[in-house]
Ligand binder design. Structure first.
Ligand code: C2G
Length: 130
């Protein structure tokens, strides 16, 4: 069984996220998503609209997602790959090269981002409606 792992905040879930999760799942048989906790979001200087619990609940409802775990810090990825016996690590290519240290432990794949949508764009577009 080929296990895939990816990380993210996944706030205000949109079709760019779904595109990523679908392609990640298509690379293997089982997809683990490490979703950023609210505390880690603060470290990433990101404020999410939905809480960690609700972002986890939403991700668990997606057909491509088999398991959701917390992302608490920048340092946990190697341990996660080992603990979950991960074969392929996947991220959008805005992270190109940033996680190549994982190549000692698993395959590393950066997928093209989906153009035209982002959580930031959603927030900005909604603001311009008010
Ligand atoms: N993504 C995408 N296309 C978009 C928006 C996002 O492919 N239009 C991808 C990102 O590249 C990322 C994933 O969807 O792989 C989740 O995006 P975010 O929630 O913005 O995640 P991020 O804040 O980049 O967190 O340790 C890694 C970090 O937790 C990644």
């Amino acid at each position: 069984m080929k296990k895939v792992l990816t990380y993210g905040t996944f706030d205000l879930l949109h079709w760019g996220h779904i595109n990523l999760l679908k392609r990640a799942k298509d690379l293997g048989d089982y997809l683990v998503v490490a979703v950023s906790t609210d505390e880690f979001n603060a470290i990433k200087d990101k404020k999410s609209y939905h809480s960690y619990e609700n972002r986890k609940l939403i991700l668990e409802a997606i057909r491509y997602v088999d398991e959701v775990i917390p992302e608490n810090n920048w340092e946990q990825k190697i341990q996660d790959v080992i603990n979950h016996k991960i074969d392929i690590f996947v991220m959008g290519n805005d992270w190109e090269g940033k996680f190549d240290f994982l190549k000692n432990y698993c395959e590393v794949v950066y997928l093209p981002r989906t153009e035209g949508i982002s959580t930031t764009k959603i927030k900005e577009d909604l603001l311009s409606l008010t």
